[in-house]
Design a protein around this ligand. Structure first.
Ligand code: ZN
Ligand code: ZN
Length: 418
């Protein structure tokens, strides 16, 4: 936890430069001659400019920025005419796909106000997202398959900072959020690029250890949770870094603390209670539980945001099934910071989690080369959506279930057993 009125040790400008270098060098591992697509809010322009300069200096021929603006977005969902929300910028999706086909790396910078869409008609956003995800499916296939280098990072936007630190004046809230981001991404280390290489190797060793055990399922138990998550046939644990088909390593998320794999879409049973709120499309869903039968959510109850939770589940048939299970110990720096970020990039790296919706093809052996039918047969879930939510905490135990039904302790009270 940062001090309430802590003054940043270095001016923001020089820390932004170091952050941009980390994202381009370690996050994307941008190669000379490779183009770069950046998706960002206008508020994040100071970081986008630093990223562009770093990229061009490394031999990037073109940085293409796809801007959004929160004020413009909010205006649309408040005031645009009824029945117009299935209109999505298809040209944007076409452009993303063309850039992916051209080998562009992709950086996405999250800075969103968690309450951006408060007071708007939720069905508008749901319609928009559904249509957009369908239009953007070609590009998503490239990213989720690691066919291109991609990285998700963050920028401390003002409204976001206010949500995370509601009692501090705006300037202090923004400074504290930057401190929290820079700590989480190890920018405080003397050599952040070296610190990331070491951290990545640790995560990869953990994934290799679980790959050796070939568990049939994971069992989660804790207050309000008794869940068996069957794993996909030929599942692979991933974590730390990914690599492109050419073998270029990159970091899909900065920060990352998770190792994750593919649940079997038909073999999830029991009840799970979320351990943190879920922010989805500008709405907060809190105090919620899901009950699974044969892989499918058959009951969903939320103390807050019930309608938003049901809209996620109603996206398509695959949105009722799991596409990811991830283990994160409570000793992770993000969990220990005690900060609820209201941003999945950070919150999913605070605790163990599961995701409704699409699975990563790379989480089963040979999954990248499989047809849709082969992926389905292996148990990989398919959906237009992928929504992570946290289930890990200091009261969660996790066991690995072997093929012959024995349970081996993996985590106790949220921490690795070994
Ligand atoms: Zn995850
Ligand atoms: Zn996920």
């Amino acid at each position: 936890m940062t001090d309430s009125d802590a003054v940043p040790t270095a001016p923001l400008e020089s820390r932004l430069r170091a952050y941009a270098e980390l994202l381009v060098a370690s996050g994307l591992n941008l190669q000379p001659g490779q183009g770069l697509l950046v998706r960002a809010q206008t508020e994040a322009a100071p970081l986008v400019r630093e990223v562009a300069e770093v990229a061009y200096r490394r031999g990037c021929p073109m940085v293409e920025v796809s801007w959004s603006d929160e004020g413009v977005t909010r205006a649309r969902f408040l005031h645009a005419p009824e029945g117009t929300f299935e209109r999505v910028p298809k040209w944007r999706a076409d452009g993303y796909l063309a850039m992916a086909q051209d080998g562009f790396a992709s950086l996405s910078i999250a800075s969103d106000d968690p309450d951006l869409l408060a007071g708007t008609e939720p069905e508008r956003w749901a319609t928009y997202v559904r249509t957009w995800q369908r239009a953007n499916r070609g590009y998503m296939e490239y990213a989720m398959n690691d066919s291109i280098a991609w990285c998700v990072a963050a920028y401390a936007g003002r409204a976001w900072a206010r949500k995370v630190f509601p009692d501090a004046p705006d300037e202090v809230a923004v400074a504290r959020l930057w401190d929290a981001i820079f700590t989480a991404v190890r920018l405080d280390a003397p050599d952040p690029v070296a610190a990331w290489a070491e951290h990545k190797a640790r995560l990869e060793a953990n994934g290799a250890r679980l790959n050796g055990r070939r568990y049939a399922a994971l069992r989660f138990t804790g207050p309000g949770t008794d869940l068996r998550v069957g794993l996909a046939d030929g599942h692979r644990w991933e974590g730390g870094g990914a690599h492109t088909p050419d073998g270029v390593p990159f970091l899909p998320n900065v920060p990352t603390e998770e190792i994750f794999t593919a649940p079997h879409s038909q073999r999830v049973d029991g009840v799970v209670r979320a351990s943190m709120p879920l922010v989805n499309g500008g709405t907060v869903i809190d105090d919620f539980s899901l009950r699974f039968e044969g892989g499918r959510v058959v009951e969903a109850r939320a103390g807050k945001g019930q309608a938003a939770l049901e809209r996620i589940l109603d996206t398509d048939e695959g949105a009722r099934r799991l596409g990811e299970v991830a283990l994160v110990p409570v000793s992770s720096p993000i969990y220990r910071s005690g900060i609820l970020f209201y941003e999945t990039l950070f919150d999913e790296n605070a605790a163990s989690h599961i995701a409704l919706g699409r699975a990563y093809p790379t989480t089963v052996d040979g999954g990248s080369e499989m047809s849709d039918d082969q992926r389905r047969a292996a148990g990989l879930n398919d959906s237009l959506t992928h929504v992570d939510f946290m289930i890990g905490s200091e009261t969660m135990d996790v066991d690995g279930e072997t093929a012959d039904g024995r349970l081996e302790p993996l985590m106790r009270a949220g921490e690795w057993v070994d």
